[in-house]
Design a protein around this ligand. Structure first.
Ligand SMILES: [Zn+2]
Length: 249
């Protein structure tokens, strides 16, 4: 091995191999949660993997860089502090968050919601930041479950693409996904994004009920309903900067 090829391999992160019954071919994925993963079909010849990883090195380095930038941005956002407002752009709502220390034997926090003035008041042992965050996240999840489900139903009716169930989840890097049974899951953090970007995510997942990939056929279907899909997809890629850092800390 020459020294230059050595440094080429040194740049690549180490990877784990995951066998998937559903995988038809080799696929690479990279995320904060799992790092670099090589997903292979059962009975796949593992000797081929190092070569495949080398072939994909540009893609790996590019995406690793994106994740590194994301982490650096995240760390600069004072994630340990509690928020004094929640800007739910998708719904056009900006909530003011207030904290009130109240003597209580319970560890929990009560959230009082004042719809008319968009005020949330957290009462209880507010010195416990982790507990406050937990209850704020719960509140956001519930709001997302109601609002995003309604929204998905509306878009589905408009484009006439039916789906199975919808679930709202908390994921660090994934905005949404669609299973083979046409069940759609959506990230509650979509609440913080702009409405047209959220609408694009809903449409994108609904188009996956027809095409389970990112083939030309898939993008043609997306284009049929949303001409600006490329611009929206780009904004979506940048959108993690809008999500408050305290949520993931
Ligand atoms: Zn997709």
């Amino acid at each position: 091995m020459t020294s230059s090829s050595k440094s080429m391999t040194a740049e690549l992160p180490s990877y784990t191999i995951r066998v998937s019954d559903r995988a038809k071919c080799v696929r690479l994925s990279i995320s904060i949660e799992s790092g670099l993963e090589v997903v292979i079909p059962a009975n796949y010849d593992r000797h081929k993997i190092p070569e495949i990883v080398q072939k994909k090195r540009d893609w790996i380095i590019r995406n690793q860089l994106k994740l590194d930038q994301r982490e650096a941005f995240f760390q600069s956002q004072a994630p340990h502090e509690l928020p004094d407002r929640l800007n739910l752009q998708s719904l056009g709502e900006e909530w003011k968050v207030e904290y009130e220390q109240v003597e209580t034997k319970l560890r929990g926090i009560i959230i009082k919601e004042e719809q008319s003035s968009f005020r949330l008041i957290l009462k209880g042992n507010i010195a416990d930041i982790e507990v406050c965050k937990f209850f704020l996240k719960q509140w956001l999840m519930q709001r997302a479950e109601v609002q995003l489900s309604k929204w998905l139903r509306k878009v589905s009716n408009r484009v006439k693409l039916p789906y199975g169930n919808v679930a709202v989840r908390s994921q660090k890097t994934l905005w949404g996904s669609c299973s083979r049974d046409r069940n759609i899951s959506l990230n509650y953090k979509l609440l913080f994004l702009e409405a047209d970007v959220v609408e694009y995510v809903l449409l994108h997942e609904l188009c996956h009920t027809v095409h389970m990939n990112h083939s030309d056929k898939f993008w043609n279907l997306v284009r049929k309903f949303e001409k600006n899909y490329k611009i929206l997809d780009k904004s979506l890629n940048r959108s993690w900067q809008i999500v408050p850092a305290w949520l993931d800390f």
